[in-house]
Ligand binder design. Structure first.
Ligand code: BTN
Length: 262
């Protein structure tokens, strides 16, 4: 395996995010250093979940990056950059209904195609380093039942070269993460909404107290909060982990949301 940028290839590892954090703690890697593997024995997902992926079939890597200044107040920009880098690189592959499910899951229709796990190192309120772990299902054709997962192969009948894909995603990410103009970030924010899964639709959610409610998904604000308009026209905003999507996206029939049995 060869790339024309600094990287560490591990045929098998626990998790590229774990290894990238290790690289950061023990060495002084250059901005844009990539840790990539063919198989993870302890792949990490968001909210403490696991990420499972068949050996040798998918894209599994973590990018070590020192972005342009990002503070606690603007940290959602990392999610904008990652989500849109994936959209921009994957869009030419003609994957049907490619979208971003807030905050940064990649969907094809109602099935999950990829995920992003961001781990940050802060110096006070300023971001010092970020490790961006990306998993994309490329050539896997079978998934455990109930996972509502899909792959590029299943969606298009073809599987692109994984290394070329990794290289393009890295390049697009590095370019977005060097943005310094406010107007460029605003542009990414607008583009994020265009690709947002479920925007303008009435969906079901469950809040932290277990209350299930229907609301119109109006968008995501620059702080990364999900903006909902409830049935009584009250507006509410939710942060990561404060709200759960219901029903599971696999059971939404586009255009038939209001007929869903929940
Ligand atoms: C999610 O959707 O929950 C995020 C999944 C992120 C998975 C990737 S695979 C490469 C990198 N290493 C990990 O352990 N996790 C991320």
């Amino acid at each position: 395996m060869t790339f024309d940028f600094p990287y560490l290839y591990l045929p098998e590892t626990d998790s590229t995010n774990i290894q990238a954090m290790e690289v950061l703690s023990k060495t002084n890697p250059p901005n844009g250093f990539l840790v990539i593997t063919d198989y993870q024995t302890a792949g990490k997902g968001q909210y403490g979940r696991t990420w499972q992926s068949e050996a040798g079939k998918n894209l599994l890597f973590s990018l070590i990056c020192q972005p342009s200044p990002i503070s606690l107040a603007t940290v959602f920009r990392l999610h904008l950059a990652c989500s849109l880098a994936l959209i921009d690189v994957l869009e030419p592959l003609s994957i049907p209904d490619l979208s971003i499910k807030w905050p940064n899951d990649l969907y094809a229709g109602t099935n999950k195609l990829g995920g992003i796990l961001i781990q940050n190192i802060w110096k006070g309120t300023q971001l010092q380093w970020t490790v961006i772990g990306i998993g994309i299902n490329v050539d896997q054709e079978q998934f455990p039942p109930g996972l509502n997962a899909t792959s590029i192969r299943l969606e298009t009948g073809d599987a692109p070269d994984r290394l070329a894909l990794a290289s393009r995603i890295r390049q697009q990410l590095m370019s977005f993460l060097s943005i310094s103009e406010e107007s460029d970030w605003r542009h990414l924010q607008e583009r994020y909404q265009v690709h947002l899964f479920g925007i303008g639709r009435h969906l079901l959610f469950r809040n932290r107290s277990g209350l299930v409610f229907r609301a119109l998904l109006e968008g995501v604000n620059p702080e990364g909060l999900l903006c909902l308009c409830l049935e009584d026209n009250r507006r509410e905003q939710y942060g990561f982990g404060e709200i759960e999507w219901l029903p599971d996206p696999r059971s939404i029939v586009p255009g038939m949301e209001s007929n869903h049995p929940f």
